[in-house]
Design a protein around this ligand. Sequence first.
Ligand code: IMP
Length: 205
Amino acid sequence: MIRLQSGDCLVIASHNSGKVAEIRALVEAFGVSVVGAAELGLPEPEETGTSFAENASIKAEAASSHSRKPALADDSGLCVAALDGAPGVYSARWAGPTKDFRIAMQRVERELREKHEPDSRASFVCALALAAPGHETEIFEGRVFGSLTFPPRGTRGFGYDPIFVPEGYRQSFGEMDPQVKHAISHRAKAFAKLVNAVFARHQSQ
Ligand code: IMP
């Protein structure tokens, strides 16, 4: 099992500075310092996996073996029940080269319409992979269930947020106060599991 303690350095296997900052805030509370993969000049591996966990592992293991340090990566996306889990690991790719999520959201709506599918259930999934030299990679997964709404609603958040209404709420993630989203999101749930497993012992000391 991989355990991190005060004074350790963790590589964040992401070239997205927003993600690095988000994870830095979380782990620095435990005395663990963070360095981004871009700062170390690490290459970005191709995400060839067929699951979120597999893609997160590919990224974490590549960063860990290049840096010889523990490394954390995440992979996430939207899974639509009636589309057999699509876009899933292709969530970012459905937005095309210009990363236009209006196109991606329209594609979800079109594919559901073509299937004459009234089932609007969907979930967001986040897999975090923690890799370290000489250790088995560990996966922590979080999922938030909800339903899809069309047309998209709200201008907050990012990606597919405007078409996703979490269970028990009326607002879409795109309309919701970001603090509320961050408290219930797939990413928050995955991080809670990671913190519990990786830092728990040090927390209680
Ligand atoms: P990646 O994990 O950075 O590859 O991102 C996967 C894609 O999933 C993102 O580009 C978003 O489109 C989508 N996604 C993941 N999490 C969220 C979320 O919280 N809201 C909206 N879209 C999300």
